[in-house]
Design a protein around this ligand. Structure first.
Ligand code: FES
Length: 339
């Protein structure tokens, strides 16, 4: 029997009571007294401790009741997270929701920290790099020790499942607030109430005839049946008595010199309503963006990032101005500028 101190060679008493000589063979089971060399087994798997320092010489330090406390922490987190989900679904109550969320996060945090503190091995470790052989006694002791630890491994698995349950329950609870984002806007942000053939009407719902506005005149108009619709409001300008081509492909958008642009500023949504006939520019009063009407309301000054969308116009058989269709692009400032 070898000296235990010599066996682990670390100057610390062997915790598992290992007394085999790590460096010598003591197996005499080979026939004819021939000494058979022991198979080389990594020291870490041989039951010989290679640990040093506080808590190194043996299984992790475990505070009494640690596993139970951790389990309780995770269980509290599960109950609190489910309670949070139910409370939210029933209409919610901010103070209680905060309390339950705190309990859920606190339970998970307590459990994880306690697990790390009480159930995980404590270093520091010193591991020898060379391979050491193990004696039969060492191996037997290792097997015994392993079997003793299987109960703890089973409990850890249970705690792991509790932790998974707590995180899942909290994830479920955190999905519910998506409902608070409001109804899905769908395509509504990309379209207005303008439609093919709709007449242009002023704020008193009177339709606009071609002869109603002289050159240089400006009026705010809406689609017929949608007076007051903030996203559909349009500034109608008669810049000439002949069609005006503001951009390639827009030859037939401006009958009798009428141009129509969204009145919603592309910077921050203010109504653009000041027209300077001399320069052919529209001014937004909020931050002084200037739009060049003759170039399709392209911004020429100020923070507006893009042109005011132009509404294609036509004249119907009764001489009223109508829309050919909706705007080709979204009006106002919104997500499409940030994508
Ligand atoms: S909102 Fe028009 S320039 Fe800012």
């Amino acid at each position: 029997m070898a000296d235990p101190v010599a066996a682990n060679d670390l100057g610390a008493p062997d915790p598992a009571g290992v007394t085999g000589d790590a460096g010598a063979s003591s197996d005499t089971g080979s026939p004819a007294g021939v000494t058979k060399p022991e198979p080389t087994i990594p020291a870490a798997a041989s039951g010989v401790s290679l640990l040093s320092g506080p808590g190194a010489a043996g299984p992790p330090i475990r505070a009494p009741g640690a596993e139970r406390a951790i389990g309780i922490g995770f269980s509290v987190a599960i109950v609190a997270a489910l309670g949070l989900a139910v409370l939210y679904a029933l209409g919610g109550q901010p103070q209680l929701e905060g309390l339950l969320l705190g309990l859920a996060l606190g339970g998970i945090g307590f459990g994880i920290i306690s697990w790390g503190k009480h159930l995980m091995p404590n270093g520091p470790y010193v591991q020898r790099r060379e391979l050491l052989s193990s004696t039969r006694d060492d191996r037997l002791l290792f097997e015994e020790s392993f079997e003793r630890g299987s109960g703890a491994i089973g409990r850890r698995r249970f705690l792991g499942r509790l932790l998974g349950g707590a995180i899942t329950a909290l994830g479920v609870a955190l999905v519910f607030p998506i409902r608070s984002l409001g109804p899905n806007p769908g395509n509504s942000l990309k379209h207005t109430s303008w439609a093919p053939g709709l007449r242009l009407v002023n704020s008193t719902a009177d339709p606009i005839r071609v002869a109603d506005i002289g050159v240089g005149g400006v009026v705010t108009v809406f689609p017929e049946g949608h007076v007051g619709d903030a996203t559909a409001q349009v500034v109608l300008i008669r810049v000439n008595d002949q069609p005006v081509v503001t951009r390639p492909g827009r030859q037939y958008w401006s009958p009798h010199g009428y141009l129509a642009f969204s009145k919603v500023c592309t910077h921050a949504g203010c109504p653009v309503g000041l027209y300077q006939q001399r320069t052919n520019q529209l001014l937004c009063p909020c931050h002084q963006s200037l739009f060049d009407v003759s170039k399709g309301a392209k911004p020429v000054f100020g923070p507006a990032p893009r042109s005011l969308p132009q509404l294609p116009l036509a004249v119907n058989e009764d001489g009223y101005l109508i829309a050919q269709r909706d705007f080709l692009e979204p009006v106002g400032p919104a997500f499409w500028e940030r994508s």
